[in-house]
Design a protein around this ligand. Structure first.
Ligand code: SF4
Ligand code: SF4
Length: 721
């Protein structure tokens, strides 16, 4: 038995280690095919982030009970590695223990505790997977829909098998010590002695020794069969993430631990931001965006490699949940399969080698990256369905940066292929010719202020520079031209006036921030608009800005620094909340108040919440309105559901699946709310349209209204006048 166990174990181990080393080399060479990405700034902060996210499992714990179980399984994998070393020793001497620590009670107790917590946890995780398997007509909404099931089962059964072997070996060690009078002290086997006495109590010393050889061999075989299997499947993210998640987290976009949301990165060529003013100096073959898988950065390729197929991103994606073909998980998996299938072509040293490659590789090389679903790697309908809401990035436990990948592919489609939904032509025309998506005459940018009972100061007309006032009030295109959003603009102006906050606006000197251009892939138009605004900001000395639009807020706050303009940007809900706390605005509740006894719910705009972590200010404002009560929607804050307008989807038709705005409005109406509050003009439009549709079919009360938080506050403050 002993000889057989030694020969088989060592042979399988040698094969496994050789294959494993070869596959690691292959994975590294595929990742190196990507473009430069930097990501080595602030190594200290990056290391702290990595430590927090692994030791504290901070991202996994967004799904708390699963996070706890995963912690025990992950740390069992690391902490129980030495039991594998022990198993090799036991093949040669069944009494063998690690030198120094092998019989140290702390090591023994920790090992046994990790074994049992690991066992309970892996059984729990397996049960959760089984309970949530895609089934029947609702199968699509399982987060595991589209994941490679056999790989997940295989990994789970491997862990289960290894942990059972560890528990059995510990029991055998106890019993062998007891029978041979060389140990067998329950103090050293507090959680496994009963296995030894219960299961193996009838065996002789020789029988126990053979049992040790057998179980040690099985443990080694399970472990190294796993290593062989993953070596033969470089795209098996559910297994490889154990190794790739570490660098993927360390090299994430933000060294401070934040998610890859907020700012979009400029188009990078050779690791440097592209200079659109000198675009003719670019190499002919420089890619504007991503048109081939090797145009992604190496971090992008590492992202695809790392995807565990857990489906958290898919479960939160508004596009997927309204029956569109976009799943961020399936995008990652599709790009990974393609990258690894095409890699032999890209890695081939010369044309002769390339020509001799198998047909499958050559076919992969010929595949367009984006196009119709039946020919391309990424279905163009999926690419354009993204609202850039960031739910996927927020959820991903291994810090995959889906939105960057999607936006880079859109950029190539727009700038190089001129292939995009035809409705975007109107958007681009309006932005290029009139500086706003609605193609309205810029002279109408001050119309919203005409009926106000006080004068709104305009820079250049009423004030020379912004040094004369506290804030630039950034009105935004929606706030200036869209009738419902104009009411928010007026409400904020009134509230600032009541609170005695001085502000001025740019009037027709304001142009679109460029957000819809950038999110629809038209980086060229974004740069034009942003540079135009940057010039105005520099001329007028802008520093402090208040914005009512979550998209403008995000772009001005996070993206204009890429053009050398540093602004101190605040969202109107944050400023108003501060003014209320400082006693400059006082909400009151007279007996006949329209808000008295009414219920308010709040929809988190993605670009305020997930992209900028502003969750509390609007809630605190609504909470303080006397007489009204607050009801939270089930999907809120980091898990909020998009209204459907982001990512320039506001200007595209929603032809596939069900409507995102209806999905969200239904949730809002089901809270029983009389008022649906929000803090973004685009959310307001989408929710209002959803509400109108629901009121028309009788599924929402006629009295329900969508309003901005500022309007609700103004109504309450004005009652006190
Ligand atoms: S950003 Fe939002 S819509 Fe786009 S893939 Fe991620 S979750 Fe889906
Ligand atoms: S991208 Fe992240 S959240 Fe989505 S399936 Fe992969 S690992 Fe899970």
């Amino acid at each position: 038995m002993q000889i057989l166990a030694i020969v088989v174990s060592l042979a399988v181990t040698l094969v496994a280690v050789a294959l494993f080393g070869k596959t690691i080399g292959h994975i590294v060479s595929v990742i190196k095919l990507g473009q430069p990405a930097g990501r080595t700034d602030n190594p200290g902060k990056r290391t702290v982030t990595l430590a927090k996210e692994t030791l504290g499992h901070t991202r996994m714990l967004q799904w708390s009970h699963i996070g706890v179980m995963h912690w025990f399984v992950a740390f069992g994998f690391i902490g129980l590695f030495l039991t594998l070393v022990t198993a090799f020793g036991q093949l040669f001497d069944p009494h063998w223990a690690l030198p120094i620590i092998g019989h140290w009670f702390v090591f023994e107790w920790v090992s046994e505790a990790l074994t049992w917590t690991g066992l309970v946890s892996i059984i729990g995780l397996m049960a959760i997977r089984l309970r949530h398997l895609p089934k029947g007509s609702e199968g699509r909404y399982s987060r595991f829909y589209g994941s490679t099931s056999w790989q997940a089962y295989y990994v789970e059964y491997t862990i289960l098998g290894v942990l059972i072997c560890i528990a059995l070996l510990r029991g055998l060690e106890y019993q062998l010590g007891a029978v041979s009078n060389s140990g067998g002290d329950k103090f050293h086997f507090p959680m496994t002695y009963f296995i030894g006495s219960g299961l193996f109590g009838g065996l002789s010393e020789h029988g126990l020794e053979n049992a040790v050889y057998l179980v040690a061999m099985i443990k080694i075989l399970i472990s190294f069969a796993w290593m062989i299997t993953i070596s033969l499947n470089a795209t098996m993210g559910v297994a490889w993430h154990r190794f790739t998640a570490w660098p993927n987290i360390w090299f994430k976009r933000r060294a401070d631990g934040g998610t890859a949301l907020g700012a979009l990165q400029p188009i990078m060529v050779n690791g440097a931001p592209i200079d659109f003013e000198n675009i003719e100096e670019l190499d002919e073959d420089a890619a504007l965006g991503v048109g081939k898988v090797e145009d992604f950065t190496w971090k992008g390729l590492l992202d695809f490699t790392t995807c565990t197929e857990c489906g958290r991103c898919q479960s939160q994606c508004p596009a997927w949940n309204t029956d569109k073909p976009l799943s961020p998980k399936l995008i990652m998996m599709g790009l990974r399969e393609h990258a690894y299938a095409k890699a032999p072509y890209l890695l081939a040293s010369d044309d002769d080698t390339r020509k001799s490659l198998p047909e499958l590789v050559l076919a992969e090389q010929d595949k367009p990256l984006v196009g119709p679903a039946d020919v391309a790697v990424i279905d163009e309908e999926a690419l354009w369905a993204c609202t850039s809401c960031g739910a996927c990035v927020q959820q991903c436990p291994v810090d995959i940066e889906h939105v960057d990948a999607i936006m880079d592919m859109r950029r190539y489609q727009v700038l190089i292929e001129s292939s995009f939904p035809s409705e975007l032509n109107g958007l681009f025309k309006g932005l290029e010719n009139k500086g706003n998506p609605w193609n309205m005459n810029p002279s109408g940018r001050m119309d919203w202020a005409k009926d106000l009972p006080f004068q709104v100061k305009q820079v250049g007309t009423d004030v020379e520079s912004l040094d004369e006032v506290e804030y630039l009030f950034w009105v935004g295109c929606a706030g200036a031209f869209e009738d419902r959003a104009k009411k928010t603009t007026q409400a904020v102006a009134e509230l600032l006036n009541i609170a005695g906050v001085t502000f001025a606006v740019l009037g027709d000197g304001e142009t679109c921030t460029g957000d819809p251009a950038r999110r629809s892939g038209n980086e060229f138009v974004f740069q034009q608009l942003a540079m135009q605004n940057a010039e105005v900001f520099k001329e007028t000395g802008v520093r402090k800005v208040v914005s009512t639009c979550a998209h403008c807020f995000n772009t001005l706050k996070n993206e204009y620094s890429q053009l050398g303009v540093e602004l101190d940007v605040i969202h109107h809900t944050q400023l108003l909340n501060r003014l209320v706390r400082d006693g400059k605005l006082t909400p009151v509740a007279p007996a006949d108040s329209s808000l008295n006894g009414q219920t308010i719910t709040y929809h988190d705009p993605c670009y305020l919440g997930r992209h900028n972590q502003v969750y509390d200010a609007p809630r605190e404002l609504l909470d303080i309105i006397p007489g009204a009560q607050y009801a939270e929607m089930p999907r809120n804050q980091t898990k909020s559901f998009c209204c459907g307008a982001g990512g320039a989807r506001m200007w595209m038709e929603e032809k596939l699946g069900t409507r995102i705005n209806l999905n969200r409005t239904t949730e809002a109406v089901e809270t029983g709310a009389d008022k649906i509050a929000t803090g973004c003009p685009f959310c307001r439009v989408m929710l209002s349209d959803g509400l109108t549709a629901k009121q028309a079919d009788g599924s929402a009360r006629e009295s329900v209204e969508v309003q901005d938080v500022a309007q609700l506050l103004l109504a309450s403050v004005k009652r006190g006048e």
